[in-house]
Design a protein around this ligand. Structure first.
Ligand code: ADP
Ligand code: MG
Length: 174
């Protein structure tokens, strides 16, 4: 399977990338965001929320683990950074939320791979050459991404990326 890759140069570009990704997402999609602390997973998730049409502010779920946002296609935003046991995720009702009407975005999702459907979009954020550069790699595992691969490639190379640069999309946690 091909990995699609792009580099963003600031938080605004990552947010804009998330927005383009969010516009492609459908009910039931699962997006896993991986990468070290501070690489921009929450920034990307905030962009995805905007792409889904969510207008309320998206807050990092590091301490709550799961937050839900209402929209025609709702968002379930999960951060498993502080989770000690997979069972906690089940106890939070995660299994009933994932793959249903909502789009599920899971920060540090690789850690809970066993609890996620194999059909998922995997996004990895890694530091790039410059301080604010992030290399974003996207793997579309599973069948539901077959038809959307071209659109996904377009989203990654979006020409309007960076138009929001200068805004502060940063989070102070997770
Ligand atoms: P994570 O959720 O991965 O721990 P956050 O999204 O909370 O990370 O924070 C990323 C931090 O890095 C923010 O303070 C953001 O402003 C900063 N940043 C700098 N350059 C970028 C970039 N290219 N993409 C995303 N965030 C960036
Ligand atoms: Mg985070």
């Amino acid at each position: 399977m091909t990995t699609l890759r792009t580099t963003t140069s600031n938080a605004g570009e990552t947010h804009a990338l998330g927005q383009r990704l969010g516009a492609l997402l459908l009910a039931g999609d699962v997006v896993v965001l991986d990468g070290d602390l501070g690489t921009g997973k929450t920034v990307l998730a905030k962009g995805i929320a905007v792409g889904l049409g969510i207008t309320e502010p998206v807050v990092s779920p590091t301490f709550t683990v799961v937050r839900e946002y209402d929209a025609p296609t709702p968002l379930v935003h999960v951060d498993v950074y502080r989770l000690d046991h997979l069972q906690e995720l089940h106890d939070l009702g995660f299994d009933d939320l994932v793959g249903g009407e909502a789009v599920t975005v899971v920060e540090w999702g690789d850690r809970v791979s066993a609890a996620l459907p194999s059909d998922r979009l995997r996004v990895l954020l890694e530091p790039g050459d410059g301080d604010d550069d992030r290399v974003v790699s996207v793997d579309a595992a599973g069948m539901t991404w077959g038809d959307r691969r071209a659109a996904l490639a377009d989203a990654l190379t979006g020409s309007d990326s960076g138009s929001d640069s200068g805004s502060d999309f940063g989070a102070r946690d997770g």
